[in-house]
Structures are given as structure tokens and as C-alpha cells.
Design a protein around this ligand. Structure first.
Ligand SMILES: Nc1nc2c(c(=O)[nH]1)N[C@H]1C(S)=C(S)[C@@H](COP(=O)(O)O)O[C@H]1N2
Ligand SMILES: [Mo]
Length: 224
């Protein structure tokens, strides 16, 4: 391991402590304001604070995924499985999008400029089985998270590779990460490796540790 790798790998102990703390918060219902907001009227969801920078949050292991090694599989209950290398991914239709991000740890950041492949494009390509109502994201660091297919299949959902005109950094999940702006950011898997279409819902890493299965910031679905 190089020393630059060292800097960004958390030790197992620190990582366990971090996971434990977050689980405690979930159990205690920490950060809940009991308010709701209306996305049609309010821009900032309840209990959130606006930030200008972009904080980094993950399990402390930031995998190094060079473009040469990158692969994205879409499989499970679909008619057409896909397995794309980086060049094949980059050859798909690219779109720009501007959206806000809301993190369960209470920060929000407005007007992020993204470039990537629309979730809708991918859904059209794979043709999910009509019974496949859920999706599980699998990442290079072993992280998983789940959403409903109808939450993924939205015009503001993308597999992004650029933020503010620059490639997404390793810290933020580059080369390619998921972006689902209308859900808390833990649903937006960094270092995406595989998108699995499933018939039965399967809670992911944080969802089995006390986080809400649905993650709507407007109704403060932080813990469930
Ligand atoms: N692969 C992976 N994706 C992940 C995580 C992770 O640990 N691994 N953490 C999630 C959580 S809890 C948050 S808040 C956001 C943070 O994204 P950011 O570090 O780019 O702000 O990534 C989400 N996606
Ligand atoms: Mo998070």
C-alpha cells in the first residue's frame, strides 16, 4: 500500500467505531426535528443546513478504480443484461443536470452541476422484468443500497462522472457514481460496480443498520 493510500484507508477499528456511532444515532432518532417541508414550496428539507463545500462521507475505504479496470454490470431480473467497460459507458448518451444534494448528516448543497448517463437510458436498455420493482446498487468498496425502480427511473437520476465540469474525484466515488437527488445521499452509491434489478426488496448496508428504507428528506425519513 502506498502512503497516499494509507491516508485514506481507515483502520478497521476506526471504521467499526464510525459505523457503531451512526447506528446509535439511528436508534436514538438523533437529528429528527419532527417537521416536514413541502418540496413544491421549500427548497431546504427540514433539519438541514446549507453548506458551500462538499463533505466526504463513506466507510473509510475509498477504492482506487482506474478507468482501465472499471466495469459496470446491469443484471438480475432484466431482459438484456449489460456489462460495460469505461469506454462503453462513456459512449452512451450523456446529459447535463443541475440538482441539490441532501445528506442525512444534515448538510445540503444546492445547484450541483452533473454530467452523466440518465438512469432512464439504462432502464430502457436493460428492459426490466415487469415483476422487478426494486434495485440494489453494489459498489467497489462492498457498500450496497436499495431503491425502488420507480425512484431510480426518474429524469433527475444519473450515473454521473463529472461534477462542476471536472471528473468526479476518487473521494466522491469516481470514476462513476449514482446520483438520486430527491433521496438522502446514502442512496447515491459511490464507486458503482453493479446495478441489480430484483423482484423482492433487499435492504442495503445502512438500511439494515437502522436507516430508513425509503430516505425521503422532505418527510425526514432518516431512520426507520
Ligand atoms: N460505495 C459507497 N457509496 C456511498 C457510501 C459508501 O460508504 N460507499 N456512503 C454513502 C453515504 S452514507 C453518503 S452520505 C454519501 C456521501 O457522498 P459524498 O462523500 O460524495 O458526499 O455517499 C453514499 N454512498
Ligand atoms: Mo451518510
Amino acid at each position: 500500500m502506498t502512503s497516499s493510500d494509507d491516508d485514506i484507508q481507515m483502520t478497521g477499528k476506526r471504521r467499526d467505531k464510525l459505523i457503531e456511532t451512526k447506528q446509535e444515532w439511528a436508534r436514538d432518532g438523533r437529528l429528527l426535528t419532527g417537521q416536514t417541508a413541502d418540496p413544491a414550496r421549500d427548497r431546504l428539507p427540514p433539519g438541514q443546513t446549507l453548506v458551500k463545500d462538499w463533505p466526504v462521507l463513506d466507510l473509510g475505504q475509498q477504492p482506487d478504480v482506474p478507468e482501465m479496470k472499471f466495469r459496470l454490470d446491469l443484471d438480475g431480473a432484466v431482459e438484456n443484461r449489460l456489462s460495460l467497460n469505461h469506454a462503453e459507458f462513456m459512449a452512451l448518451p450523456m446529459e447535463q443536470s443541475v440538482s441539490d444534494m441532501h445528506c442525512v448528516t444534515q448538510w445540503s448543497r444546492y445547484d450541483n452541476r452533473w454530467k452523466g448517463v440518465a438512469a432512464r437510458t439504462l432502464v430502457e436498455m436493460v428492459k426490466p422484468d415487469p415483476l422487478a420493482k426494486h434495485i440494489v446498487f453494489h459498489s467497489y468498496d462492498g457498500y450496497t443500497t436499495n431503491v425502488r425502480l420507480d425512484q431510480f427511473d426518474q429524469p433527475d437520476v444519473f450515473l454521473v462522472h463529472e461534477w462542476e465540469g471536472k471528473p468526479i474525484t476518487r473521494q466522491h466515488g469516481g470514476p462513476v457514481r449514482v446520483l438520486i437527488p430527491r433521496l438522502y445521499l446514502w442512496k447515491s452509491a459511490k464507486w458503482i460496480r453493479r446495478i441489480e434489478f430484483v423482484i423482492r426488496d433487499r435492504p442495503g448496508f445502512w438500511e439494515v443498520r437502522g436507516y430508513h428504507n425509503n430516505a425521503d428528506p422532505w418527510t425526514e425519513e432518516r431512520y426507520g
